[in-house]
Design a binder for this molecule. Sequence first.
Ligand code: PAD
Ligand code: ZN
Ligand code: ZN
Length: 403
Amino acid sequence: MATAGKVIKCKAAVVWEADKPISIEEVEVAPPKAHEVRVKIVATGICRTDDHVRKGSFLNIDYPVIPGHEGAGIVESIGEGVTCVKPGEKVIPLCIPQCGECSSCLNPNTNCCLKIHFCESQNLMPDKTSRFTCKGKPIHHFLWISTFSEYTVMPDSAIARIDAAAPLDKVCLFGCGFSTGYGAAINTAKVKPGSTCAIFGLGGVGLSVVIGCKAAGASRIIGIDINKDKFAKAKELGATECINPQDFKKPIQEVLFDITSQGVDYSFEVIGRVDTMVAALASCNMGSGTCVMVGSTPLGAQISIDPVLLLTGRTWKGSLLGGIATTEPNVIQILNGCCVQTPCLFSPLGWKLKDTIPKLVTSYMERKLNPDMLISHILPFDKINEGFELLHSGKSIRSILLF
Ligand code: PAD
Ligand code: ZN
Ligand code: ZN
């Protein structure tokens, strides 16, 4: 492309300081260095995690920063040594890289590459410099991918090539929300057919858990939210009933025990609050219940529980980006949407974001997965603050911003 090797000026959303509104700025984006890729972002969703970054409640963020992590775009240029993508190809940036070399990448049962932001800050590129400048100041990256910029640079370990026919304004959801919720249900929890599930929080990620529980064959799917406006869509996507904790005098875990008689088989916390995490654990049945925490709590939050909840046989797990690494054939089959297809779309030899997201997109193209209903609003990028207002007011599920 004509822009290869040159600095590109474009629009980006910059958070100059924690808890200040996002401002749209003109930024300069430097060309990719060795093992880096510069991508033209076409569409990006707004996830609650971006709001945590905006507010200053996400771990280890340096400001000023360009957030955004649920994007899809087209490769503009590549640095030396990049072999996994070419200019012009459609891609999804990855919130968790797959370096291919660390002990996690070599372990088929996890997607938590040791280059993840929680181990090693991703506010700068791996060489500890930024590719963004604005008004003469370097601007930090977020999770190495900063999709709230029309052009952005990422390491080649944090990018996946996808089907050339994929609609970028739809499949951007595979970059975070859908893969996270769906994977939490079918991979982290491994929901069994006929089971009872409770999902705390019916935003874009929680509704993706609902879709996953339904795909796994759960017979009772209970949606829980303090915003009743979320219930209609939850039911359309597979929730069998929805309840608002504010309608009851009792704690929600007791309400769930009343309506299920012994508690739920699986619960998911998809809000990001300590009290609902404890309530979700306490809602599980004794002996075999599994609780999965997906929500991201405010910086420094600590959790305290009665150990008897775990002593009596409940399992408590966390899931990042769906924890989507598995070797289990039943999970592979559910994700593939098909139990009899030979050869199976998904290789049973380990399963990481770089490998998995393209396969999820292929399943979408084959109409085996459909997260389109999660998209409630489509806005031009300039209206990003309107997108955040829709999130705050509870009116949106996912707003997609188009450049
Ligand atoms: P969202 O804000 O769209 O949805 C949250 C939902 O929770 C809303 O519908 C709220 O009404 C509801 N809610 C708020 N408070 C309560 C309460 N006390 N009781 C019941 N319901 C309540 O967010 P989202 O779906 O984009 O993200 C949800 C969380 O998941 C958030 O904390 C985000 O940071 C986290 C997340 N984690 C991962 C991961 O990999 N683990 C990935 C993406 C997002
Ligand atoms: Zn997200
Ligand atoms: Zn790794």
